[in-house]
Design a binder for this molecule. Structure first.
Ligand SMILES: C[S@@+](CC[C@H](N)C(=O)[O-])C[C@H]1O[C@@H](n2cnc3c(N)ncnc32)[C@H](O)[C@@H]1O
Length: 387
């Protein structure tokens, strides 16, 4: 066994070193608890405690997406005899098929990574949300260089950089729920090393595939609020050269859960959360963020509190989020509202803006010991103080 070359990647369960078998580059094993992990398609480490169920589940999600696409194509064919529907059928067929072929390729790789018998039946438990399944709209925002998207990205990166520590030793950074990773990639020269994690295989694939291929063709399909048929499905080329020197390994991007971050304790100087703080209940992962941040490290938040989960008991207000951070030993040092458009399509009948809450919070070394004891109680304490 030899040490691997994935920066500081460690076991998601016990945080021990991961080892790579010289002849099995696609497999990693924890030196502590022996948990195995795979490197999906030879390039995307899946650092999840149960990567088999995750892959089976994702395979069936893709299956659902592909069946739904087939059904839509069949309806378009059925309608195409009618005068209003012929152009529509022809136009959307190309867009739907292009994206479906793209997803089917990832699905094939998933199938190749699993024993066939595991894929015979759809898993009994509910499939995870399809919300970030295809991720083409993030690929468009991040990697197509369109003026409206570049403007949004420049505003985000400007705010994030304003929150970074001004030390001569930049250290390492972690980007949570990194999506298609343009923000993480833009930060790669601000740090010695940037790590990005996301729970969506498709998001991670979009980044790794683009970094390897250099360019990717796809359609952004948005059926709602379109002024014209052409607006419902726009063809795009994503290009990696929007970020100079982007190579597959210039940023370490792993599939991992923010609740079990595969990085050592006290290892990173900054944790960056862009449009993510409202994705997973804060109290479920802030302890992990605190574990990997070194004392004096900074947490940077940028985004609204739109909450993409249904449990309103964890839909904290900005005030409550701030007090949860304080109870975990952070001190909020900067705070501002920054307005951006989001995933903008200029010709749409709808226009979405966010008054993003930007803040940076420093993990104070002196509060470390005290906050450790209230870690588990902190979110409830913040809520009950309002009652
Ligand atoms: C609203 S998107 C934001 C993406 C990205 N930060 C950006 O702005 O481009 C939220 C992201 O969080 C990811 N995510 C959701 N739950 C997660 C979890 N438990 N751990 C890591 N990532 C997660 C989703 O897959 C999705 O890519």
């Amino acid at each position: 066994m030899s040490s691997l070359t994935y920066g500081q990647l460690v076991c998601a369960i016990c945080h021990a070193e991961l080892l790579q078998h010289p002849s099995e580059a696609a497999e990693l094993t924890c030196a502590g608890c022996c948990q195995p992990y795979i490197v999906f398609a030879g390039r995307i480490p899946l650092i999840l405690p149960d990567s088999v169920s995750y892959r089976v589940n994702t395979y069936w999600q893709y299956n659902k997406y592909l069946r739904e696409t087939e059904a839509t194509l069949a309806k378009l064919r059925q309608n195409s005899a009618q005068p209003w529907a012929a152009a529509r059928a022809q136009y959307l067929r190309e867009a739907l098929t292009t994206n479906a072929v793209y997803i089917a390729r990832i699905q094939q790789q998933l199938a190749a990574s699993l024993p066939p018998e595991l894929l015979l039946a759809r898993p009994a438990d509910k499939l995870r949300s399809l919300a970030y399944l295809s991720s083409f709209s993030y690929l468009k925002r991040d990697w197509c260089g369109l003026p409206e998207d570049e403007q949004e990205l420049q505003t985000i990166i400007g705010a994030v950089r304003a929150g970074l520590p001004t030390t001569s030793q930049p250290g390492q950074a972690l980007v949570l729920g990194a999506g298609t990773a343009r923000v993480a990639a833009m930060l790669k020269d601000d740090f010695e090393q940037v790590y990005a994690i996301d729970l969506s295989l498709t998001m991670a694939w979009q980044y790794h595939n683009l970094a390897e291929q250099g360019a990717v063709r796809f359609y952004d399909i948005q059926s709602k609020n379109a002024r014209s048929l052409a607006e419902q499905a726009t063809e795009h080329w994503a290009t990696a050269n929007l970020v100079p020197n982007l190579a597959p390994d210039s940023l370490q991007y792993w599939v991992a859960d923010v609740k079990q971050i595969p990085l050592p304790t006290n290892s990173v100087a900054a944790v960056v959360s862009v449009y993510f703080t409202d994705t997973v209940p804060l109290h479920e992962y802030l302890g992990e963020v605190k574990r990997v941040l070194r004392p004096g490290g900074v947490f940077i938040n940028f985004g609204p509190l739109e909450y993409h989960f249904t449990d309103i008991s964890a839909h904290l207000s900005a005030e409550e989020v701030r007090s949860v951070f304080e109870s975990y030993g952070f001190r909020v040092v900067q705070e501002q509202e920054v307005t951006t458009s989001h995933l903008l399509r200029p010709a749409s009948l709808a226009y979405k803006t966010y008054h993003n809450w930007f803040f940076s919070a420093v993990l104070t070394a002196e509060d470390e010991a005290a906050s450790q004891t209230i870690t588990d109680r902190a979110p409830r304490a913040a809520v009950s103080s309002l009652l």
